[in-house]
Design a protein around this ligand. Structure first.
Ligand SMILES: *[C@@H]1O[C@H](CO)[C@@H](O)[C@H](O)[C@H]1NC(C)=O
Ligand SMILES: *[C@@H]1O[C@H](CO)[C@@H](O)[C@H](O)[C@H]1NC(C)=O
Ligand SMILES: *[C@@H]1O[C@H](CO)[C@@H](O)[C@H](O)[C@H]1NC(C)=O
Ligand SMILES: *[C@@H]1O[C@H](CO)[C@@H](O)[C@H](O)[C@H]1NC(C)=O
Ligand SMILES: *[C@@H]1O[C@H](CO)[C@@H](O)[C@H](O)[C@H]1NC(C)=O
Ligand SMILES: *[C@@H]1O[C@H](CO)[C@@H](O)[C@H](O)[C@H]1NC(C)=O
Ligand SMILES: *[C@@H]1O[C@H](CO)[C@@H](O)[C@H](O)[C@H]1NC(C)=O
Length: 657
């Protein structure tokens, strides 16, 4: 709720600023305003909905205009006390409308046929009203629809086959109505959310819909097949199950499914909070312990090498490390293939170093050698494998060469110290870029760059999976490193190290990004990598860190938080406020959200392969490049403060609220 206010507030501030700067306070969508005035004058509504006719319609409660204030972009009047039929010739005249939400009112009757004019509509939320009649004929015409929610109404008749015309549809929610007949086969839709529960449907569930859970189909007259029990062979049906046993078609619907699921939700939330507290406690204890340890180990000369890397110019300890005790030959820096570096351990120990970050596998330092070379040194802690295994594993990792994988350059192994050397990426980590000092004059990461980071990261991971057969095992924003040139090219680091550590410590790693099955299996897989990548996509979309202590009140993880918001309304609320300024990318954001939701599927087999993810992102980007050049983009060529076509740069910083 609060987030919604922030978003709305942002819009209001932005629009007011735009208006002031362009001296066009009076500019407004005249035609759309008439349609809205006609609507509000004909329909009973709540008192708080005071649309002042002498004010610009763009300033009215629930109305958002495009940046040029030339048309109404979205109309959201949830729970506004609207009663009765939607009058014809009102909302149907908002020809440019993209989002319409009239949920939770007492609207009744049929949807006016002039809704078919809303050709650009992407989201239609009419749930929780008293609409009746057949499935509105005007809806299958709205081919841009992405989200359609007609749930909790009194619709009857059959669900028409023509919803197959809505090829962009990702959410179709029709539960708690009176729909009858059989389910049409819905073939080409990329549906993510689907629910027809508690209607009066019968017949078999089409194969294309059988991927949805039983609760999507519960409480109907006689649906069968798919996730429900197989169809009774005495009933003719398009795809009868071969080995079907006559079964009672339908378990009676639970008396009150809502109550049950509420209890479950409360259980889960309480569980997560307790788990979180326990994890926090463990973390604090661990930190204390390791701090104590570190303080001690800095003194005795035997482990001075630990400090030597960390502290600038402490060359006093170098003899101790390379020292002539016969170990000198063995304890050397081992460089991989050819190597672009020409320094030895002594040089490294003389380097000035600064801590980059403490991760779950060890601490990273940025080391600047006297000759000017900068490398990243990672001190691994709690390595359990022996030297031979270590070397074999590292040799395999050292062979990996790809633009989007941070190359490993060298390693060092001794009894007390295990070091990894890799290239230093000057543009820092995604984590710093996304979450570092938000709001204080920082340039927000724009959508194009986020998308490029997502694509390049996916490419790096796909290379690890396919060419190197290596599970990354520790995907998180702080392990995605960026280059300035080319801009926003990401590389994955810290890959494939998990086999070096005891499996009992795995679950504590990368909390927030960890696939649910790892709590049991403890062994990261390609599929658990895909899950973590999905969380990373959600992080790019929402701007929220998955390891933030709490998202909203419930303290749930990022995927579940997104799911909970998306269940209500698909778009605006989940996205990063910093992205809300880019109107013309909302479709890409929604598509990316769909890809992310597929990746964070709780069932590992339902997640796509990393290769598929790369292809999906590339497809989306090439498709939308085409779209953006087409003339139907309402934001093209407007005067100055909206991004020019093609290069979607943010508006001047002065406009940032
Ligand atoms: C409507 O807006 C005008 C100008 O903005 C203002 O003068 C007037 O008082 C407003 N009327 C109401 C009822 O708020
Ligand atoms: C659906 O699309 C087909 C072909 O694209 C068209 O013939 C048909 O009229 C459309 N149906 C509706 C209800 O728009
Ligand atoms: C739903 O519609 C039917 C007729 O189609 C009517 O009898 C019934 O009262 C309606 N229910 C509600 C809750 O409006
Ligand atoms: C599904 O998509 C394929 C190509 O993507 C197309 O050839 C086919 O006609 C589509 N089927 C329907 C029912 O729209
Ligand atoms: C569904 O129910 C209707 C009427 O109740 C009936 O005519 C039809 O044959 C049923 N279809 C299936 C597949 O059971
Ligand atoms: C479908 O809707 C019903 C009723 O609101 C709900 O209990 C069920 O969990 C929903 N299923 C899915 C998969 O969303
Ligand atoms: C913006 O508004 C002005 C005046 O209302 C109009 O001339 C111009 O074409 C509009 N631009 C766009 C992109 O709609």
């Amino acid at each position: 709720m609060e987030y919604k206010f922030v978003v709305t507030g942002f819009w209001v501030v932005l629009l007011v600023l735009l208006a002031l700067l362009s001296h066009r306070v009076d500019s407004e969508p005249t035609q759309d305003k008439q349609a809205l005035l006609a609507f509000i004058s004909q329909i009973p509504h709540a008192n708080r909905l005071q649309w002042n006719a002498s004010d610009s319609a763009c300033n009215w409660v629930g109305v958002v205009c495009d940046s040029n204030r030339s048309f109404v972009f979205s109309l959201r009047l949830p729970a506004a006390g609207l009663v009765g039929q939607i009058p014809a010739n009102t909302i149907g005249n908002l020809a440019q409308l993209r989002i319409l939400s009239l949920r939770a009112n007492r609207l009744s009757g049929q949807i006016p046929s002039d809704f078919s004019n809303l050709k650009l509509l992407r989201s239609l939320y009419l749930q929780n009203n008293k609409f009746s009649g057949e499935f509105p004929a005007s809806i299958p015409v709205l081919t841009r629809l992405n989200r359609l929610d007609l749930s909790n109404n009194n619709f009857t008749g059959s669900i028409p086959y023509s919803i197959n015309n809505l090829t962009q549809l990702s959410g179709l929610l029709l539960e708690n109505n009176g729909f009858t007949g059989t389910l049409p086969s819905i073939s080409n839709l990329s549906l993510v959310n689907f629910n027809v529960s508690y209607n009066r449907l019968n017949g078999s569930i089409p194969a294309s819909l059988s991927k949805f859970p039983a609760s999507s189909f519960a409480g109907n007259l006689a649906l069968c097949g798919g996730p429900l029990p197989p169809c009774n062979p005495f009933f003719p049906s398009p795809s009868p199950s071969p080995s079907s046993i006559p079964l009672p078609h339908q378990n009676p619907p639970p008396k009150n499914p809502k109550k049950l699921s509420k209890a479950a939700i409360i259980g889960i939330s309480v569980g997560s909070v307790v788990l979180l507290l326990v994890l926090l406690l463990i973390l604090i204890l661990c930190l204390r312990k390791s701090r104590g340890k570190a303080a001690k180990t800095q003194k005795p000369p035997a482990t001075a090498r630990s400090a030597a890397v960390a502290e600038a110019g402490t060359s006093s300890s170098k003899d101790d490390i390379t020292g002539g005790s016969g170990e000198g030959e063995r304890n050397k820096l081992v460089f991989f293939g050819g190597g672009i570096y020409s320094f030895d351990l002594e040089d490294l120990l003389r380097a000035s170093a600064e801590v980059l970050g403490k991760g779950s596998v060890g601490t990273s330092y940025k080391a600047v050698l006297e000759e000017g070379t900068t490398v990243v040194v990672k001190r691994l802690k709690d390595v359990v494998v022996n030297k031979k295994e270590f070397e074999m594993h590292l040799d395999a990792l050292g062979k990996i060469k790809h633009d989007n994988v941070v190359p490993l350059r060298a390693y060092y192994y001794s009894k007390d110290e295990k070091l990894l050397l890799s290239d230093y990426m000057s543009a820092g980590s995604l984590s710093a870029l996304l979450h570092g000092s938000r709001g204080s004059g920082r340039t927000p990461l724009d959508w194009d760059n986020r998308l490029r980071i997502a694509l390049t990261t996916a490419k790096g991971l796909a290379h690890l999976h396919v060419s190197s057969k290596i599970v990354h095992g520790n995907i998180k924003a702080s392990n995605i490193l960026l280059r300035h040139d080319p801009p926003a090219a990401a590389s994955v680091s810290d890959f494939g190290l998990i086999p070096l550590f005891a499996s009992s410590t795995q679950p504590s790693r990368a909390a927030g990004y960890r696939a649910p099955e790892l709590l049991d299996t403890r062994k990261p897989t390609f599929k658990s990598d895909v899950y973590s990548f999905g969380v990373l996509l959600l992080e790019l979309l929402t701007g929220k860190s998955p390891i933030q202590a709490s998202l909203g009140e419930e303290g749930i993880d990022l995927p579940r938080w997104v799911q909970s918001v998306v269940r209500e309304e698909w778009t605006a609320e989940v996205f990063d406020v910093e992205l809300m300024r880019y109107h013309d990318v909302e479709e890409e954001m929604v598509q990316t959200l769909q890809i992310a939701m597929g990746c964070v599927s709780t069932v590992p087999d339902q997640r796509p392969l990393m290769n598929d993810v790369v292809r999906m992102i590339e497809d989306m980007m090439s498709r939308d490049d085409g779209l953006r050049q087409s003339s139907d983009d309402p934001f093209r060529g407007s005067d100055g403060y909206t991004p020019p076509q093609g290069s979607r740069t943010p508006p001047p910083p002065a406009l940032t609220p």
